[in-house]
Design a protein around this ligand. Sequence first.
Ligand SMILES: *[C@@H]1O[C@H](CO)[C@@H](O)[C@H](O)[C@H]1NC(C)=O
Length: 125
Amino acid sequence: MSKSIMKIHHLTSVCSLVFSPCLSHPLQAVVGLDNGSIYCWDLQMGQRGQLGRLPVAHAGPILALDWCNTPGSSNVGDTIGADRSWIVSGGLDHTVKVWDLTTSGMSVHIAHQPTYTLHPSFFVC
Ligand SMILES: *[C@@H]1O[C@H](CO)[C@@H](O)[C@H](O)[C@H]1NC(C)=O
């Protein structure tokens, strides 16, 4: 591991973070912000490594994140064989949302609407 440190600056607090479960891209990460936005980063590229974002994922701080992967199971259009991933986010707005995420090589595409939205009685942390 080199000693270099990459900094990524957000204009608001980072409340949650999850690294990619994909062994070929271990330095990709998704962060959940105080203001309800989700950003996906390639940490090796620092501030230039933004891979995708959801400006309005939640109506409040995102306190919980998970990222799971089903290798090679996507068959959407021309991305046959691409990894199919899910981002699960939960927060202070009393929702849990499941987002479809397609990774193909270095590119990441996050669906702009959640595939599922759950409405638990309490906020999620
Ligand atoms: C949340 O903050 C980020 C800055 O890090 C900004 O880009 C984004 O648009 C903001 N989202 C909302 C919903 O205001």
